[in-house]
Design a protein. Structure first.
Length: 159
């Protein structure tokens, strides 16, 4: 029987681009894990996607049934409307964040994932917690570099 996981995610960027962060809350039975990290220069969309990726990468076992709650239409529509498969076929030509989308595909292939869109800042406790984690992470001192964003490989221009 597959392990059932609930994953709430959110991303934030002040200035977009600007300092940013992600937050993720993993729930499974009585277990809870919170994840967050910030970067000195990034975008909201990168952080929204990275929250999903890091949450999935934190799973210890393959073949989990994961329900992802996100307020990111960018992430959900890319997966649920099969835009991502089209981007794969074109080698991500002129698409943003190919580094993260490739990372997502790798980890997502190990699980059964369902996305549910939630309205941001609508009082959903775990979504609000993810937002808080993301914003707090983006405001820490001495934030690390989002290398792909800063070196230009996240723009899709080099693919």
């Amino acid at each position: 029987m597959a392990t059932k996981i609930t994953l709430y995610t959110d991303g934030a960027a002040s200035g977009n681009p600007g300092p940013g962060g992600y937050g993720a809350v993993l729930l499974s039975g009585p277990f809870r894990k919170e994840l967050s990290e910030g970067f000195r220069l990034t975008t909201n969309n990168r952080m929204e996607l990275l929250a999903v990726i890091v949450g999935l990468e934190a799973l210890k076992n393959p073949d989990c049934e994961v329900t992802v709650y996100s307020d990111s239409k960018y992430v959900i529509d890319a997966v649920e409307k099969d835009w991502l498969q089209g981007w794969v076929k074109t080698g991500f030509k002129k698409k943003k964040n190919p580094d993260l989308w490739k990372r997502y595909l790798k980890v997502a292939s190990q699980h059964r994932i369902k996305f549910i869109w939630v309205k941001g800042h609508a009082g959903i406790p775990e979504n609000e917690r993810c937002d808080q984690l993301a914003v707090e992470a983006s405001q820490k001192p001495d934030l690390p570099v989002d290398k792909a964003y800063e070196d230009g490989t996240a723009s899709g221009e080099l693919f």
